[in-house]
Design a protein around this ligand. Structure first.
Ligand code: ADP
Ligand code: MG
Length: 278
């Protein structure tokens, strides 16, 4: 076992990371317009630095947890990693490509090809069924209908939504909508999954089931998964936990093997249906 983990560490060290963030900052101008009533200095006080001078590398197959109080910059960081936003300064390299060097259109294509995103507020299309929502990225990728339906159905079943396939989002609970959004993020088998508070609407058991799926994807498909959460049990699934405060990473913890063994047991326990659930 030791030799195997040393070998895995060696391979990781000698391979370029999937994502390499250097000196990443993102500022927002708050309040918007520059009024004639404000002097130049007043205008500067309206700039909020959501993320400052951050370096971070993420490996394939790794689950990274992102913790921190509200407003600490978690969503800002996740949006930059996903290529939904571009940094004010610094770079996000994805497999050697600087995302800022891409046009908006090329970045949209990059996301479609490589990134699955679970938004905090789901962003499902109301007019489509759960299955059609999940299959949507495959439509954009031009995959055949049979494959789309099969993949979407399979994922919804894995999320425990086999009996909700033709429901529309308004007919689903918050937790069910969240699981549809997670299935949609996984349907293209992306290199990177970005999940912002992915278990916020889920009860403990369903949350564990979803986390188990993230672990499977990381292990079987070598997908990197980045999860922002307030929930310590959710964060315990991570291989590495970054703690954020005021737009900076203030700590990085490598979760130990015993923590992971504990987590693995917790996840496995959750996949067994207890008599009360039947
Ligand atoms: P978290 O996800 O940890 O709650 P965010 O990344 O959403 O934190 O926000 C970090 C800071 O940046 C907060 O002060 C927030 O108000 C600010 N912020 C985030 N997005 C915007 C925006 N689009 N415009 C202005 N300020 C923003
Ligand atoms: Mg947030």
């Amino acid at each position: 076992m030791t030799e195997l983990s040393e070998l895995t560490d060696y391979i990781r060290m000698t391979r370029a990371p999937l994502i390499d963030c250097k000196n990443l900052s993102r500022s927002y101008r708050q309040g918007g317009s520059r009024s004639r009533w404000f002097s130049r200095n007043d205008t500067e006080t309206l700039t909020v630095t959501a993320l400052s001078n951050t370096d971070l590398q993420i490996e394939r197959g790794e689950i990274v947890g992102c913790a921190g109080p509200s407003g600490s910059g978690k969503s800002t960081l996740l949006h930059l990693l996903a290529g939904l936003d571009t940094p004010t300064t610094g770079t996000v390299s994805f497999d050697g490509t600087d995302l800022s060097s891409l046009s908006d259109r090329a970045r949209t294509r990059h996301r479609l090809d490589h990134v699955g995103i679970v938004f905090q507020h789901f962003h499902l299309l109301e007019s489509l069924s759960a299955r059609a929502n999940v299959a949507l990225p495959l439509v954009e990728l031009g995959r055949p209908k049979g494959e789309r339906r099969e993949r979407a159905t399979e994922l919804l079943e894995a999320m425990g939504l086999g009996d909700r396939i033709t429901h529309r989002p308004t007919q689903l609970s918050g937790g069910e909508q969240q699981r549809v959004a997670i299935a949609r993020a996984l349907v293209t088998e992306p290199d990177l999954v970005i999940a912002d508070e992915p278990t916020g609407e889920l009860d403990t058991e369903t949350g564990k089931r979803v986390l188990k799926r993230f672990r499977e994807v990381a292990t079987e498909l070598n997908t990197a998964v980045v999860i922002a959460s307030h929930d310590e049990p959710t964060l315990a699934i991570a291989d590495r936990l970054i703690r954020m405060r005021d737009g900076s990473i203030v700590g990085i913890e490598h979760l130990s093997q015993s923590d992971k063994a504990h987590q693995k047991n917790a996840v496995e326990d959750s996949s067994r249906v207890s008599p009360e659930d039947q």
